[in-house]
Design a protein around this ligand. Structure first.
Ligand SMILES: [Zn+2]
Length: 432
């Protein structure tokens, strides 16, 4: 056994208690071997966490990572206009190299803000898988399949490509890449395609992830056409199951909440994106009270505009209170749980907790900052005061991906230059 010890810090435990401890990691299996009293470990290497808080690596359970290239290109617009006027025309010009550059940029940003795993739905997914492998993070990846605006043959081709990617890439990068089947949303995929392809994904036990109930404009047409709530329709299509998870769930009624709880289907809450696109306020406390599994995501950088999960926790707590009309709703422990164990469970990774046996995915936060002083309650700080830039080290699968804010697996300067060039050329093509 080759070992790494994260020493001298205070450790956030699964029950949300925080105490001084050292974390011993088996770097061969990439798992946590033990969490022990300070000063008791004897490891091959040490990572100094003194003066820091050791937390589980955050899990960004819904994003479109290569959309970092779209960051700041179209703001302050309604979802439908934003998609049709700004996003889709540029996406039509995307090349594999753009997705690789955008993914590298987003993954660098996530490592630097303590995120060690993410779920991604996009195009040119082998490119994303390649960057995940190189960067050392963990990801569940799916090719976003859509029928709207496509002829039948092209749409079938898209769905077949989605299944093929899921089958071919699952378990690659030493098991850090897992896959999923990702029909884009209930309104952008024709019913017949759900009827044909969902059973195929289920046969192979491939998890399914899709967008649902994001805006009222998306809910109303489905209610009109099917005389069913969107998630009743989704259930009828076989989309709701324990290994399925949906993004948004903003406009859900009580019957739909009950359905989600019954089927143990996780909702990934994207508070920043929902606020920015004025999609609405997800009833997160209600979901939690009903026993619905809830995770947290940033959505793409075009609607956020960053991939900082600390921002997202804060937003989740804030909007959760507004939505419930109750300052006690979505408290700090709930927000932390969503971003760690909740997201990890939804995405299907044994991460999100610092405990023997779990994946060795963690981040060390530097607490010696004015905005983190004094230390009445570190769990409160995690949600309400810590920023991604306070992360000192990031570890995933037992490998150090960032030490003292220096990326170890990616060349940050190169990643930024490449992304700038690619974004410029992409937008030039789209405007030509
Ligand atoms: Zn999304």
């Amino acid at each position: 056994m080759d070992t790494l010890a994260v020493t001298g810090g205070e450790v956030l435990r699964p029950d949300h208690s925080i105490d001084p401890a050292d974390v011993l990691i088996d770097t061969v299996t990439g798992t946590i071997d033990a969490v022990v009293e300070p000063g008791e470990v004897d490891a091959d290497r040490e990572l100094d966490a003194s003066g820091g808080l050791v937390v589980p690596g955050l899990v960004n359970a819904h994003t479109h990572v290569a959309m970092t290239l779209f960051r700041g290109s179209a703001d302050d617009k309604q979802l439908d206009d934003w998609l049709q006027e700004d996003i889709w025309p540029v996406e039509a010009e995307l090349q594999a190299g753009d997705v690789r550059a955008g993914a590298a940029l987003g993954i660098a940003e996530m490592i630097r803000s303590g995120t060690t795993a993410f779920a991604d739905m996009y195009f040119f997914m082998p490119e994303v898988a390649a960057v995940v492998e190189e960067a050392g993070v963990r990801a569940r990846l799916g090719h976003g399949a859509i029928t709207v605006g496509k002829d039948d043959e092209a749409a079938h081709e898209d769905f077949r490509a989605g299944l093929e990617f899921a089958r071919e890439y699952d378990g690659t990068a030493d098991g850090r890449v897992r896959t999923m089947f990702t029909p884009h949303s209930l309104t952008t995929v024709d019913e017949s395609f759900y009827r044909e392809y969902v059973p195929k994904a289920r046969e192979d036990d491939i998890p399914i992830h899709f967008h649902a109930n994001e805006t009222e404009n998306e809910v109303d047409p489905l209610v009109e056409e099917y005389d069913q709530r969107p998630l009743e329709y989704a259930d009828d299509l076989g989309l709701l199951a324990e290994n399925s998870f949906l993004a948004h769930g903003v406009h859900v009624d009580d019957r739909e909440i009950e359905l989600l709880a019954e089927r143990e289907t996780a909702v990934i809450h994207n508070p920043a994106s929902n606020m920015k696109l004025a999609s609405g306020m997800a009833p997160v406390q209600k979901l939690l009270d009903a026993g619905v599994p809830v995770g947290l995501g940033t959505d793409g950088a075009a609607s956020n505009n960053d991939l900082d999960m600390f921002d997202e926790m804060r937003d989740a707590a804030m909007i959760g209170k507004l939505a419930a009309g109750d300052a006690r709703a979505v408290d700090a422990p709930a927000a932390v749980e969503m971003a760690t164990a909740g997201s990890a469970a939804a995405v299907g990774f044994d991460s999100g907790r610092i405990e023997a046996g779990a994946n060795a995915d963690l981040a060390v936060i530097d607490l010696d900052k004015p905005h983190l002083t004094p230390r009445h309650d570190l769990l409160s700080h995690l949600v309400y005061a810590v920023k991604g830039s306070d992360v000192r080290h990031t570890v995933c699968d037992g490998t150090v991906l960032m030490a003292d804010r220096e990326l170890q697996t990616l060349d940050l300067e190169e990643v930024i230059d490449d992304a700038r060039e690619r974004a410029e050329a992409l937008f030039d093509r789209a405007q030509a």
